[in-house]
Design a protein around this ligand. Structure first.
Ligand code: S3P
Length: 186
């Protein structure tokens, strides 16, 4: 069995968890399509996620994100890297789970914070002037957001802890096996 397409595989997890990197590699291993939800939103909007937030606000972005997710679900099966906030509420978690396998890419908060500190393309890390928020404030805000999202991420049918693997490739090898085992037990 090489080519995998019984269902969509949705990769969820906080910003900086490595969803896009892992998603691309996973799709290659499973020989299936790869879709990055943020990239799809950007393609539709014709501008970056950061610009959508700046010009239209977060609410508008969330609406586009929901629409793009619906479109992906109707389209060909593949590995879908969600945005960190795509599981906006319980309804969306249920909807995603109804339409594929939801995987939580678990990453300790400290690792996430270290990765995110210097990334200007993520609007939630910036103040109204587009500058980085002060470190202590940012850490507090991100921790609150992380804790509020955990109960949604944790409803995934499958989770994998990135801190247990030396590299993205090793994680993907383990995740590929988990997914294949899951399918063969269905
Ligand atoms: C967001 C995460 C981002 C992107 C947007 C909002 C969030 O995606 O969708 O900046 O609310 O956590 P990544 O998780 O790929 O960074």
């Amino acid at each position: 069995m090489t080519h995998y397409n019984p269902e969509h595989i949705f990769l969820s997890g906080f910003m900086g968890a490595g969803k896009t990197t892992v998603g691309k590699k996973l799709a290659r291993r499973l020989e299936t399509d790869f879709i990055d939800l943020d990239s799809l939103v950007e393609q539709k909007a014709g501008v970056s996620v950061r610009e959508i937030f700046e010009k239209k606000g977060e609410k508008f972005f969330r609406k586009m994100e929901r629409r793009c997710l619906q479109e992906v679900i109707r389209g060909p099966k593949g590995v879908v890297s969600l945005g960190g906030g795509s599981l906006q509420n319980q309804q969306l978690v249920d909807f995603v789970k109804l339409n594929g396998l939801l995987v939580f890419l678990e990453t300790p908060f400290s690792v996430i914070f270290d990765r995110l500190k210097e990334q200007k393309d993520r609007p939630l890390l910036l103040d109204d002037e587009g500058n980085f928020k002060e470190q202590a404030v940012l850490k507090e805000e991100l921790r609150t957001l992380y804790n509020s999202r955990l109960p949604l991420y944790e409803q995934a049918e499958m989770s994998i802890d990135s801190s247990e693997y030396e590299s993205a490739d090793k994680l993907v090898t383990a995740l590929t096996k988990k997914i294949r085992d899951h399918v063969s037990h269905d």
